[in-house]
Ligand binder design. Structure first.
Ligand code: FMN
Length: 398
């Protein structure tokens, strides 16, 4: 007779991105949480990014005999085992001391790649030394406030090239800082505003506090160490700026000329802009509103995707980020023309909750959910996904 199996505990670990979000919220001080989880002004764009996905439903087939097993795609010449990259997020070291290096290791173990932020709490070199594969990097184009020259940008590009990064993602949706009031109200800024209550709030998270004091991964190492100078970021801000309202297409062409590998433009929501970037030599376009952290009132990135994919999808890679929390969201984005997606907050939740193992688990959750969704739809391969699999919500099938 088979043994009767049972478990005494009803406790299961995190099994969704939302579970990790809740664990992350409990793991870090309020100031850090505000930085990670909130967005610009009244959070309309942040919420629109999410709700856009629920406006589409699947039109599935039965008895197709299909099972989704292979989710691999090639992006920037690199093969990844699922169509999900880690988006560049600044100062991951605030959420977990191992920061961008730990996140890139997690991505690698899960068979994908990360895009390292210029504002990372680990430098290009540190992440390259700590990983096996060539990852991607994100550029904030800096200029000298006095001369407008590109010297610092050029030194960042050259360092990334020397360190072996494969593709460059230029972020173009930050001409000025978005109005992230929720962060400011909680003291998050440069420099942060520390009050006794905030110190206490940090101290109530002893694990976070101990690691924070021990590793102090709280500044943008690429910039602190720029050009070998040990300048603090605050003093650099007096000479250099990355908020550049005057940035234009000539600057983008300059970057194209100076970066030898695949080049992506990140932060595009308009099909003409996407076409212009591709005409100037962009390998790909990241349809993104910076996770609702920049222009409040920006359209949801999913709503900008179909027109951009229709315009440039035949000659450039199209990626999307913003609001992706489920494998079914990834599948919807792919149906609407994306080749792959990037996730921002989801892996930072994983890092805050459980370090690199948490980030890796988040990626595995996406993999399982994508496979299950596709198999339930009756789809066997990513290539089959197109808009014919979707229907606007609450629409009868005719
Ligand atoms: C905490 C945080 C920091 C970010 N820092 C950067 C950055 O340094 N460079 C950049 O291009 N985008 C940055 N972003 C935007 C992400 O790359 C991405 O566009 C966004 O997170 C996608 O939305 P999601 O968080 O809903 O997945 C950041 C986002 C977050 C949440």
């Amino acid at each position: 007779m088979a043994a009767f199996k049972y478990k005494l505990s009803n406790k299961i670990g995190p099994i969704t991105v939302e579970d990790y979000r809740e664990l992350a919220r409990r793991a870090v001080p309020d100031m850090v949480w505000a930085y990670v989880d909130y967005g610009a002004e009244d959070l309309q764009t942040l919420q629109a990014n999410r709700s856009a996905f629920s406006r589409y439903m699947f039109k599935r087939k039965v008895l197709t005999g299909n099972e989704a097993t292979d989710l691999s795609v090639t992006l920037g010449g690199e093969n990844v085992s699922l169509p999900v990259l880690l988006a560049p997020t600044g100062i991951v070291g605030l959420s977990h001391w191992s920061g961008e290096r730990g996140a890139a290791q997690a991505a690698e173990r899960a068979g994908t790649l990360s895009i390292l932020s210029t504002a990372g709490s680990y430098s290009f070199e540190e992440v390259a030394e700590g990983t096996q594969r060539d990852h991607f990097f994100q550029l904030y184009p800096w200029a000298d406030l006095n001369t407008g020259r590109h010297d610092l940008t050029l030194s960042l590009i050259e360092r990334a090239q020397r360190a072996g990064y494969r593709a460059m993602y230029v972020t173009v949706d930050v001409p000025v800082h978005g109005n992230r009031q929720s962060e400011r109200k909680r003291g998050m800024g440069n420099p942060p505003i520390i009050t006794p209550a905030r110190v206490l709030n940090g101290a109530l998270k002893p694990k976070w506090w101990t690691m924070f004091l021990k590793h102090q991964r709280i500044s943008a190492r690429n910039l602190v160490d720029a050009g070998g100078a040990k300048a603090a970021i605050s003093s650099m801000n007096k000479q250099y700026t990355m908020m550049r309202p005057e940035l234009n297409w000539d600057d983008f062409s300059w970057m194209r000329d100076h970066w030898k590998g695949p080049l992506y433009i990140k932060g595009v929501l308009d099909a003409d802009d996407a076409a212009h970037a591709v005409d100037l030599g962009a390998t790909g376009v990241v349809v993104s509103n910076h996770g609702g952290r920049q222009l409040e009132g920006d359209v949801a990135s999913l709503d900008a995707l179909p027109a951009i994919a229709a315009r440039v999808g035949d000659r450039a890679e199209v990626l999307l980020d913003g609001g992706i929390r489920r494998g079914s969201d990834v599948v919807k984005a792919l149906c609407l023309g994306a080749d792959a997606v990037c996730i921002g907050r989801p892996y930072v939740y994983g890092m805050a909750a459980a370090g690199p193992a948490g980030a890796q688990h988040v990626i595995e959750i996406f993999r399982e959910e994508i496979k299950r969704t596709m198999t339930l739809m009756g789809v066997g391969s990513l290539k089959e996904l197109d808009s014919s699999w979707l229907l606007p919500a609450n629409t009868p099938i005719v």
